[in-house]
Design a protein around this ligand. Sequence first.
Ligand code: ADP
Ligand code: MG
Length: 274
Amino acid sequence: EHSQLAAGRLLPREEPGGPARDAVIAARGLSKRMGGMPVLDGIDLVVRRGEVVVIVGPSGSGKSTLLRALNWLDPPDSGRVEIEGRDIAFRSSRSGRPVPRRAAEIDRQRQRIGMVFQRFNLFPHMTACDNVAVGLRRLRGTKMQAARARALDLLARFGLQDKAAAFPHELSGGQRQRVAIARALAMDPIALLFDEPTSALDPETVKEVLDAMEDLARTGTTMIVVTHELGFARRVADRIVVMEQGRIVAEASPRSDRRKGDEAAAAPGAAAIA
Ligand code: ADP
Ligand code: MG
């Protein structure tokens, strides 16, 4: 019933030490209907510190909806999301009943998760440097000089030191996405979520964005990446998760330990997914 894609390792994947150890983001039974149709249908997903999870699946399978549910931009109808073990949207009342948290409190948690979208990431009227610094200035109250210094550091990390004063329309698509990644990183997120970050790019600039993401992964950034770039997925992902019709139908670990560089440890499921 799950098609060939389910040739990957089927859920649940058992982990020694319990399912929620080191969990940065945990989705528990997320379900959502839109227009009478289930868009998310009982999603369980735990992402641990330093893990790179790639989500693949056909258009309309609910990948974007899941990412937006994980940081409560687009809350599910039922289910829970925990950020570092703490429910993002509800707290327990004294009687044990869940009580919605205040919007400002949810916002604070949401700001701990960075998002990079397919497009429309940057403020068009701001320089690259200001785009990266604006979150620190407005949300953290960081002083101008410190925010700019941090922004310039981040731009340099992604090879954009000479683009600090450029406006988005003066940058290539790949450069814009690297600015968007730098901007997400400026807030010191506990995890970065990417929604098809290279889908709108010219082929020749896809690689520079994937390289930037791979660099992030190798330095231990916790990442959830929706992408159709299966080469990237096989090289960088700790786990590849396959979605179909709002459900996770398969999961594979292309590399048993990315940081040991053990390419030979590819699981059979990874080939099935590719
Ligand atoms: P994916 O990112 O995997 O392509 P989406 O999460 O964008 O999938 O969409 C999942 C499903 O939800 C699709 O069938 C889509 O048509 C539907 N959908 C998305 N947004 C809305 C909406 N605002 N109203 C009704 N249906 C929607
Ligand atoms: Mg999508």
